[in-house]
Design a protein around this ligand. Sequence first.
Ligand code: PDD
Length: 285
Amino acid sequence: MNIAYLNGQYLPIEQAKISPLDRGFLFGDGVYEVVPSYEGKLVGFLPHLQRMNEGLEAIGISTGWSENQWLDLCLKLIQQNGAGNLGIYLQISRGAYESRAHRFPDKVNPTIFAFCFEIPPAPVADKSHAKTYTVSTARDIRWDRRDIKSTSLLGNVLHYQQGVEQGNQETLLYNEHNELTEASSCNAFIVKNGTVITPPLDHQKLPGITRQILIDILRNDGNIVVEERAVTMNEVAEADEVWITSSSREIAPVIAIDSVPVGDGQIGDVWLAAQTLFSANRFNY
Ligand code: PDD
């Protein structure tokens, strides 16, 4: 049974109902998070919560919830759904109002919804077991505040679907200057001559928690140089390795872009070093 949380109640997900006038449904007016949990242990709870609170503040929603209340919600969902490998999904919309109007209603309670879904076991740093990815490419058509983890994901959905229809599992996105932004549901990294390079944070991409943790782990270790700077389409094409990162995938090796092999078309050694460090440190965040 999948036990969800909705506005103060824990209940089977089929029984969780929201109003069709909910602004999350009508306008995509809300934010969300996905926190990974392996065998009952959360990865990156605090940075995920911080990003969610920043998103809520950016769009003017206040829940009044404390850090402990959010933690308690996550732990109760784990407890009630069995401590397997779970993505804990949290969503806050501005709430349901009596009519459809663009302006923020004066009095409306946010809708707080959470549920769990199964994710694959934590990735292992082993080339022979790692899942590899092939990706499409596209001009990034999304809005100008991609740093907010908004539930308005139509642009992301269309980009992801393009990849699927082309036989791939993701789509790398480029801005109008042919610079890499991210992928439709992941951040992106390249490796060139042993240096790990990822585009800097700005409004064009989500500040991914896996990205943040990975950069921190690599810098603390100190054996691999990490650069945060603009990455051009040509640099991606000439990279030795390309990775996409997200909470449920961690560091995912990309072996072909638009059917052209990345490097030698195999998982790279820098990926192995990075995923080894990530696996050793994931629960420290
Ligand atoms: N996706 N960029 C985008 C557009 C994303 O949607 C995500 C996450 C990321 C990676 O962020 P993080 O490392 O914090 O998971 C980057 C989530 C998992 C999703 O929408 O399901």
